[in-house]
Design a protein around this ligand. Structure first.
Ligand SMILES: [Zn+2]
Length: 253
C-alpha cells in the first residue's frame, strides 16, 4: 500500500473525483494534435504519426470492424514493411491490454508491424513500468492515443473478484485490480464483467492525471486516453464511456 504507484493512484483518484465526472459527457476534450517534442537518440528515425487521437481511434475502430466481420486485411506485415521499420518506428496508438492469449491487439484491431505500441500484463494493470513505457511512446514517439482494453472473462479479474489468497506474485496483480472490484461491487449484472469495465476505466482515469508527461500532453491537446472492453465471442472492441454506471471511480475517495 505504500508503493509510489499506490500513492499516485490515490492522488489521481482524489483528483478524478472532481475532474473525471466533469469530462464524462465528452472525453474529446483530450483531443490530440501533432506533437512537437524533439526526438532523442532513442526516438524513431521515421516520421512520427500525423494522425490526431480521433483519427487514430477511428483507425482502430475500423480495423476492429474488419476483424469482427472476418474481413481482416492484415496490413503492414510485408517484407517491405519490415525493411521500412528498420529505420525506426512511428506507431499511432498505445494499447494496454491483458496478457491473455485470446486477446491479441494487432489481430483484433487488424493492424500490423509498427502500428501499435503494445503493453500487456495480466489484468491490464498499471505500474511504474507500464506508465514509463507509455511516457516514452508519448514523449518520444509522439503517440496521441492511449487505449486501455479489458476483456470478457479475464482470469486476473475473476481472481480479484473471487478474493482469498493467491500464491506468489499473482497477489500483486489481484491487489492492483481490487479497487475496481470495490467500484463494481454493488452494480447489477455480472460481477466479473462489471469489474473488467471498471478496471479499464479506472486505469484510463488514473493515467489522465499522471504527471508530468501524460497529464501535460493531455493539457496541451496532444493526447487522448480511452478505455475499452474486448468481447471474446464477437471479437468486438467496445469503447467505454466514463459516464457509464461502472465509472463510479468519480465517487471513490
Ligand atoms: Zn485477462
Amino acid at each position: 500500500m505504500s508503493s509510489p504507484l499506490t500513492i499516485i493512484s490515490i492522488i489521481a483518484l482524489m483528483v478524478c473525483g472532481c475532474v473525471w465526472q466533469a469530462r464524462s459527457d465528452d472525453i474529446k476534450v483530450m483531443l490530440a494534435s501533432a506533437a512537437t517534442v524533439p526526438p532523442t537518440t532513442m526516438a524513431s528515425a521515421v516520421k512520427s504519426t500525423s494522425l490526431t487521437a480521433e483519427q487514430a481511434l477511428q483507425r482502430l475502430i475500423e480495423g476492429n470492424e474488419r476483424y469482427v466481420a472476418d474481413k481482416a486485411t492484415h496490413p503492414d506485415q510485408t517484407m517491405d514493411r519490415r525493411a521500412e521499420l528498420t529505420k525506426g518506428q512511428a506507431p499511432f496508438a498505445i494499447v494496454l491490454t491483458c496478457s491473455d492469449s485470446r486477446v491479441a491487439p494487432e489481430l483484433f484491431f487488424d493492424q500490423g508491424l509498427g502500428d501499435l505500441f503494445v503493453i500487456r500484463n495480466a489484468g491490464n494493470v498499471l505500474d511504474d513500468h507500464v506508465i514509463g513505457s507509455m511516457e516514452y511512446a508519448v514523449e518520444h514517439l509522439h503517440v496521441s492515443l492511449i487505449i486501455v482494453v479489458g476483456h470478457e472473462k479475464c482470469g486476473a479479474v475473476s481472481a480479484a473478484v473471487a478474493g482469498g489468497e493467491v500464491p506468489g506474485h499473482i497477489r500483486s496483480v489481484v491487489e492492483a485490480i481490487a479497487p475496481a472490484v470495490e467500484t463494481a461491487a454493488n452494480l447489477p449484472g455480472d460481477k466479473v464483467d462489471n469489474t473488467v469495465r471498471a478496471n479499464a476505466l479506472r486505469a484510463a482515469g488514473i493515467l489522465a492525471h499522471v504527471e508530468p508527461i501524460l497529464k501535460e500532453a493531455i493539457g496541451e491537446n496532444k493526447l487522448m486516453i480511452v478505455a475499452a472492453r474486448y468481447d471474446l465471442d464477437t471479437g468486438r472492441v467496445e469503447i467505454l464511456k466514463p459516464s457509464e454506471p461502472t465509472n463510479s471511480i468519480s465517487k471513490t475517495p
